[in-house]
Design a protein around this ligand. Structure first.
Ligand code: DGL
Length: 275
């Protein structure tokens, strides 16, 4: 029997807040612990070993706060650390706890959305190099052609609140043009990074007709709800007091300011160390 605890939501920085808010919309009665490793973000261009090490530390911290279920609300961490944590670490740390990612739930829905059967994935260098999206999508839908484009400037634009600037115009347009040049038949573009929904207006402004951008938060939320329905023992291990606590590895003030933009409300946050 698990002692009920909040659901842990982890991201390298603020991006996971876009996932948290979609999950909260669907499951407001649950309690959550959000952890942003802001002092070590971005993860996108870091090596496999480092992303794995940082993510494992974060998962252990969230388990230490009483979470029985942790969502890696970060594509880079899901791509580079999830499998190893699930297979090697969980059996040793606590076999009854669970860690889930954001790539599989996104891959599961895309096959029902694309008509042309040509999709694009926009993500960090780490996510694109891992090839996690083509692998997951093609496991489920072998007929879909997947083309990827790394957008290394998009996370820094968001983290530095430049998502509405002329600089954002330049980089968003450049990466969208690149991917559509690689495959002009793409009709669905997965936003494979949890920071990108903050750039959604800009992305939409540069998309030609017939191409749709797909933010993943809603699908991650629906998949989590379904998971808890199918795993009643884990559902019982999730506290339902409707409260959310926020933790950052950077300054409290910085996190509060940024979180207000991501969530449209002020939150209280506590600083912790992971290493
Ligand atoms: N938000 C993270 C993701 O979904 C990446 C941000 C970063 O590079 O740290 O991939």
């Amino acid at each position: 029997m698990l002692v009920p605890g909040p659901i842990g939501i982890f991201d390298s920085g603020y991006g996971g807040l876009t996932i948290l808010s979609e999950i909260q919309k669907l499951m407001p009665e649950y309690s959550y612990c959000y952890l942003g490793d802001n002092s070590r973000a971005p993860y996108g261009s870091r090596s496999f070993d480092i992303v794995y090490e940082f993510t494992r530390q974060a998962v252990e911290a969230l388990f230490g706060m009483g979470c029985n279920l942790v969502i890696l609300a970060c594509n880079t961490a899901s791509a580079k650390a999830l499998r190893t944590i699930q297979q090697n670490d969980l059996p040793q740390i606590n076999p009854s706890k669970r860690v889930l990612g954001v790539i599989r739930p996104t891959a599961e829905v895309v096959g029902n959305i694309t008509k042309s059967r040509h999709i694009g994935v926009l993500g960090t260098i780490g996510t694109v190099q891992s090839e996690s999206y083509p692998i997951e999508v093609n496991k489920l839908f072998p007929d879909i052609v997947v083309t990827s484009e790394a957008c290394p400037m998009w996370v820094p634009l968001v983290e530095n609140k430049e998502y509405d600037s002329l600089g954002a115009d330049y980089f968003v347009r450049k990466n969208i043009d690149n991917i559509l040049l690689k495959d002009p038949q793409i009709d669905t573009l997965i936003l494979g990074c949890t920071h990108y929904p903050l750039l959604l207006d800009k992305i939409n402004a540069f998309l030609p007709e017939g191409v749709t951008a797909l933010p993943q938060g809603k699908y991650v939320g629906e998949s989590l709800k379904d998971y808890l329905y199918r795993h009643p023992e884990m559902n019982e291990g999730c506290l339902k007091e409707g409260q959310t606590k926020y933790y950052t590895t950077e300054s409290v003030q910085k996190f509060t300011e940024a979180a207000t933009i991501f969530l449209n409300k002020e939150v209280e946050v506590e600083r912790i160390n992971l290493d």
